[in-house]
Write a new protein. Sequence first.
Length: 673
Amino acid sequence: MPTSKRYTLTPAPSSRAKIAYEKELNPEQLRVVTAPPGPTLVLAGPGSGKTRTLTYRVAHLIDHGVPPERILLATFTVKAAREMLDRLERILKTRPEGLWGGTFHHIGNLLLRRHAPDFGRTEGFGILDEEDAKDLIASVLSDLKVRATESRLPQAGVLEKVLSLRANTRCSLEETLLEHYPQFLECLPLIERLDRLYAQRKRKANLMDYDDLLTEWLNLLENHPGIRQKYGEQFEYLLVDEYQDTNRLQFELIRSMAGPRRNVLAVGDDAQSIYAFRGAEVKNLLEFPDVFQGTTIYRLETNYRSTPEILRLANASIRFNTRQFPKELRSVKDPGPLPAVVPLADIRQQAAFIAQRALELREEGTPLEEMAVLFRARYQAAELELELARRNIPYIVRGGVRFFEQAHIKDVLAYVRILVNPRDEISWERILRLQEGIGPATSRRIWESLARAPHPLQAALQGLPGESLPPRAQASWKRLVKTLGALTKEPASGGPAQMILTVLRLGYESHLENHFDNSKDRRDDLEQLVQLAAGYDSPQRLIEDLTLREPFKGETIQGWEEPDEFLVLSTIHQAKGLEWSAVFLIGLSEGQFPHPKSIEDPSALEEERRLFYVAVTRTKRDLYLTYPVTRTSTQRGEILMRPSEFLQELPEELCELWRVGQGSWGAGEELPL
């Protein structure tokens, strides 16, 4: 095969309107767009116009004689692919017919349809979405006739995540469990058996799941040299967006598709690689020049989003990472205010500060939808949600439900609600269906029996109607009665916080592990619920407060012009790629951010710092870095907390210290709340 490009880049035909590259692009972008063929790595800082650059690169190739069918453009989202193709059509004044553009899974689907018989499928194979895959795994579990509670085997949803992570990291099942799910190592033989049966069922039904679209694509290239050569010759130019987010499987696909020509242009930013938990490997980008010898590296460092003050802080923070390609972001915007570091007494004062400052910013002309509150973990915004509701400030949680609407929070609170109102039918149904072997019909039967008693909770504690239940349901019912019995003894000793801990200790922690792939995050949420509950002396007051404070979507402050204006709450992971005029980054206390488990792992700590970098570069102008200096623990009482390592690293002149108390806003001054 040739090692140089087949087509010589020539100027656009005279019949086509000339594209004004020099006018549309800055010098950094222009160098990338007009780069010669060969392995190319584009280090694109946040807000530097990488999508524009990548789109114009494709336009330049087509404009200079490369047929669209010779180009493969891989993106990470359908939205990104559509945006690029729409922009491309506007630039070229025509649709680039034949261009292979889309997500990795979309491209894999197109390619595999052409070669279905080569890997044991027919061209009309079906594709399982995530829910379909869970359902099929659940069916296989049923065929295995293994009770999850007896074998510690996780539920179908968790197993789907395990198998997916194994596929995308190219690890063995044992390695995947050891690294990410050690609690299920004892189930390895069963999971391996399930994996084999799951694969057989898919093949028999002519089905593929999302991961199969990539693994079978790679297998096709590795096992069929003729097919590999065919696509190596067809695709003269491979362009990959968000290269820092590629996993091992995607990296191997790119390397195999590139062939000996190695004409790959990868766009990414190692400083924004934050998805290791999904299998993404930053080393794919860091080691790109080693894998593709002769790589030319370009940098996009001109930032069109943020003020110089924001970028100086971001640059200073990321310098502490040792494994990186150094970059220096430069702003084209006028100067703005210094980022504010705001220590608060506790999470309640932190919530009050954010709510009040958000309203003030709105009065100063920044709409609520131009503000975001970002956090490392979902639980950190729980108190804030209560405060926003109390002040009647509408908000949305991006990419998820509100804290108190999450399934695991509602599950645990259902136990407390029953203590407050023993005739709460909805809560009874909820906790009954959490029990192994108790489905909708049995739970209804139990509730109807309890509802006939003068005191449903007392009737349950006396064992009713346990003896009449099927054997599996009987065992679960006895465990539930034990939990309820323990809860009735809690109010006098520990109050609602101790009740929640009791629910966790007597079975719900095991439920989390078996039913949710992100059980650790959900456990952190519940720990935050415990802290909130510690501020209440009775379960009734807790339930009343949570119920009365919970806002309704669409509720607005009187006199607001925009009824659909909402403050945005988001994890940092969900916020990547977005921007706002003002950003509050909360919970910057030692032990919360960076995550405590990263302290002993240099690579994990660097990813946490990249997460901080992504967060601070979401804002155009205003940045507030807040942290509570105390935390309440049910075991240790009030704990003093130091500011995050990432705050301590910042040079003092890059930010100003705000204090909350008596006085007014300003550096070194105080604010009454």
